[in-house]
Design a protein. Sequence first.
Length: 396
Amino acid sequence: MAEMILNPSREKSLVQRHPWVFSGAVQKLRGKPGQGETIEILSSEGAWLARGAYSPESQIRARVWTFDPDETIGSGFFRNRLAASIGARRVMGLEKTNAVRLVNSESDGLPGVIVDRYAEYLVCQFLTAGAELWKDTIVSELQDLSPCRGIFERSDSDVRFKEGLSPAAGRIAGEEPPGAVEVEENGCRYLVDIRQGHKTGFYLDQRDNRAFLAGYAEGREVLNCFSYTGGFAIAALKAGAGRTTNIDSSRGALELASRNAALNGFGAEAMENTEADVFTLLRRYRDSRKSFDIIVLDPPKFAESRSQIARASRGYKDINLLALKLLRPGGILFTFSCSGLMERDLFQKIVADAALDAGREARILRWLTQSPDHPASLNFPEASYLKGLVCLADQR
């Protein structure tokens, strides 16, 4: 087996069980491993540190499979990791849904592997060289450990390019999924497009946050920005919201939002769907003095790299400033960042600055994060990507 030798004093993160080895930490490579093949990772003094997958095209040159020298990488390894990950979901309080993340990449010991279950279908992403190499083995084990009607691949994320991999999507086992798969969540029903929707089809990481919003929604008018297929709006309506408005730039997503409303027994009068750029439309709302009781801001990732943090901060400031100006006295802002590089303290400062400029006195009611089936390993803080603030806004 090929060996990766690290530069002096670069083994600290691995000793602390962080699963990544960056290119700058590599002193030399013994052998000629292929893309995704298993390598031994050694300190500069030759001490064994870990066993991982080699990725010659990525800045993350190796991702650790195991820190146990006695654990070999093969079908038994993947079966054990998958079984442990799937088993862990049984203690997470997910009885009120049939849409669950079964495998969450590094935090479940399987870097680059994402597995989501939507009713009778599994959707997989294989986002790294190692995950791609072992894809057939993983799919085979999944069919036994989590029986389903079909498995669909959605490895069409841009991150694959960084690994030297081409996008891949399509049926890889069992039946082809229908155009929309119906799932249930906390009494709500949703149609999920697992073939062409965002990520694997739905934002499962916001499940608990949709439920939390429902507790504030009765009798209130809700504006749901970057709404996708209306997840927050449906949860609000189910809880007795007076009226909801979705804004998204995707006509297809809004059409599915309308179908979701009908699926839950709500007529067109309960939900308004507007295809627009959120920033532009919120400015129009501001100029026309439109207002709402609850506003949800769940934008796409604004920062893909550290060099984009400053620009992302301006975007978050702008969108939160606009939303705070549109909130009625005593209104509630649910604002999120899914940019893993956006630190929690910085996000709070951005929202605080926006409130100051908007002339609002805002208090934090709760911090929010991703649902428990998207766990974050203590040794892998990058997995804690979703940050949310619930703020009560009064006039100053």
